[in-house]
Design a protein around this ligand. Structure first.
Ligand code: SAH
Length: 382
């Protein structure tokens, strides 16, 4: 493991418009307000996302006057890299400073045939899923479009992701800190930039949004943008799911299934990935597998992604034994359910699913309460 404290990127430029906040339409609109033609906006987008250029002076096909004007009124400001870590398996993690002492994490996971970037959508998370370390940190605020797409920009720049031929980020998953559908507008705009040919140019199947199950927003998402959907399931009976994920009280399984049905009906050629984190003695028994098989009968074209639970300090949950995980997977596969087992990556730098914590200036009382409970438990154990 190696830790580098990088030098901050651009200093904050108060009063200037950050061009990373615009999707293509927004940028054209901004250029129209400056009295410029739409194709000028397209040129700038290519500089920003294809050449990863953040200095207007280097944008030589724009003309001196326009470059000067842009530098006066706007900036290309990405999050500052506070810490960057490399795991022994090649996984990379960036701690990116936002403001007021907050920071989020972004993770790059290289594999032989692809490279996946795991992007955060919020500082902390308000949903309080019991098994997630981000949840235990409480919530501060939504990230802006620039702060979301800026994570891809920073990673792409670091990785030398300059041209489509040498591209190292082939997939983006909105599976970092936060619930992406709770920050709908900014996440959609950032994903438009991931998909746009003048942006990062990723195909719909290579941009995945993972949700804990915000039903109305799943419907809205299918109307606004073409991306892939992953749904965090973790239990297929309401009692257990509500215990693990409080959002299930608001949107119980029947409603979530309705949203999944509508998603698939609107996009007949797509599938949904159902994520299922295996926790020892909680949801990993043959009975749970049987319930999951029954659930999946409704979704014969979809797949299950099993995730071994990743521990974090203070959690009451444990990872299932390897033999139990294998038996669970075998039971699903024997019933014809397409099942993948997500290999745990980046564990030595706490970069695995559910381990992203960043630095959250919690504005809820949750993190304080959890700390109090943990301290009480420790005292009790002593
Ligand atoms: N808020 C989104 C993104 C969360 S992270 C969502 O709920 O889908 C991506 C996945 O990791 C989710 O399925 C999440 O439930 C799972 N996860 C959270 N904490 C975990 C942990 N400690 N171990 C393994 N998986 C975890």
């Amino acid at each position: 493991m190696n830790t580098v404290v990088a030098t901050p990127a651009n200093p904050p430029r108060a009063g200037k418009v950050n061009l990373l906040d615009f999707d293509r339409d927004g940028l054209r609109e901004f250029f129209a307000q400056l009295g410029e033609k739409p194709y000028r906006a397209d040129q700038v987008m290519k500089w920003i996302y294809h050449n990863l250029e953040d200095d207007f002076e280097a944008m030589t096909d724009l003309g001196k006057a326009l470059r000067t004007k842009l530098a006066e009124v706007s900036c290309i400001e990405r999050p500052n890299t506070l810490v960057e870590k490399a795991a022994t398996d090649g996984t990379h993690k960036w701690l990116l400073g936002m403001n007021q002492g907050n920071a989020v994490e972004t993770v790059y996971i290289p594999e032989p045939t692809r490279g996946t970037l795991c992007v955060s959508s919020q500082i902390g998370c308000a949903l309080n899923c019991q098994f997630c370390s981000t949840g235990a940190q409480g919530f501060n605020r939504n990230l802006s479009t620039a702060e979301i797409i800026g994570q891809v920009w920073v990673a792409a720049k670091y990785l030398g992701n300059i041209t489509h031929q040498t591209r190292r980020i082939t997939n983006v998953v909105m599976m970092g800190m936060g619930e992406p559908l709770a920050n709908f507008d900014h996440v959609v705009r950032a994903m438009k930039l991931m998909r746009d040919d003048l942006g990062f140019g990723l195909a719909a199947k290579r941009v995945t949004l993972s949700t804990a199950g915000m039903v109305p927003q799943i419907d809205k998402l299918s109307e606004e943008i073409d991306v892939s959907l992953a749904v965090s399931l973790h239990a297929t009976n309401d009692e257990l799911r509500t215990e693990l994920m409080p959002i299930n009280k608001r949107y119980p399984l029947a409603e979530l299934m309705g949203a999944c049905d509508r998603w698939l009906a609107r996009k007949p050629r797509t599938t949904i990935t159902f994520e299922y984190t295996l926790m020892k003695g909680v949801n990993d028994q043959p009975l749970h597998a049987k319930q999951l098989i029954r659930f999946m009968r409704r979704y014969p074209t979809c797949k299950v992604n099993l995730i071994p639970f990743n521990p974090f300090p203070g959690t009451q949950f444990k990872r299932s034994e390897t033999s139990v995980i294998e038996a669970f997977q075998a039971q699903l596969m024997a019933a014809g359910v397409l099942t993948m087992l997500r290999r745990t990556r980046g564990e030595d730098i706490d970069a695995a699913c559910g381990q992203l914590a960043g630095q959250v200036k919690d504005r809820t009382r949750r993190s304080a309460e959890i700390r109090k409970r943990q301290n009480a438990e420790v005292t009790h154990a002593l």
